[in-house]
Design a binder for this molecule. Structure first.
Ligand SMILES: [Zn+2]
Length: 137
């Protein structure tokens, strides 16, 4: 949980859309609360050093549950973070009376063999959250 805050607060200010950002694009990320499609998707490209490195931050907004973002560094993200705005600070969510700072994805549950292999970091199968926050426990 501590790392989630560190990751999300590394860029506290939202920079205007620049050449490294693409808007109106698609993301495998869905709302971790309702599984709805995200709108106003922005992808910030931080890679480009080598062709091998995919380094992106994806941000998108659920009309009901607000902004979320995830970082891709050549692998699907381990966590999806609620943020106050694209590339903004982490926001605290209370879901079913529980504080949530990050939603773990099923990427965490893949066997090492899969984690070490070259998978498509944008494969939506790995972006699903482990458990939808509003699912019945
Ligand atoms: Zn939602």
């Amino acid at each position: 949980m501590g790392t989630s805050v560190t990751v999300a607060t590394r860029e506290p200010l939202y920079a205007p859309v620049g050449p490294r950002e693409r808007v109106g694009v698609r993301t495998p990320m869905r709302c971790p609360v309702c599984d709805g499609e995200l709108r106003n998707v922005i992808v910030r490209d931080l890679g480009g050093i080598t062709y091998d490195l995919v380094w992106q931050v994806h941000a998108g907004e659920c009309p009901e549950h607000g902004w979320f973002q995830a970082e891709v560094i050549s692998r699907p993200p381990r966590e999806i973070f609620p943020v106050d705005r694209p590339f903004g600070v982490a926001r605290r969510m209370v879901v079913d009376g529980e504080e949530v700072f990050a939603f773990a994805t099923v990427w965490n549950d893949q066997p090492d063999q899969v984690k070490r292999s070259r998978v498509d970091p944008l494969d939506p199968r790995y972006w699903r959250v482990r458990r939808l926050a509003n699912a019945k426990r």
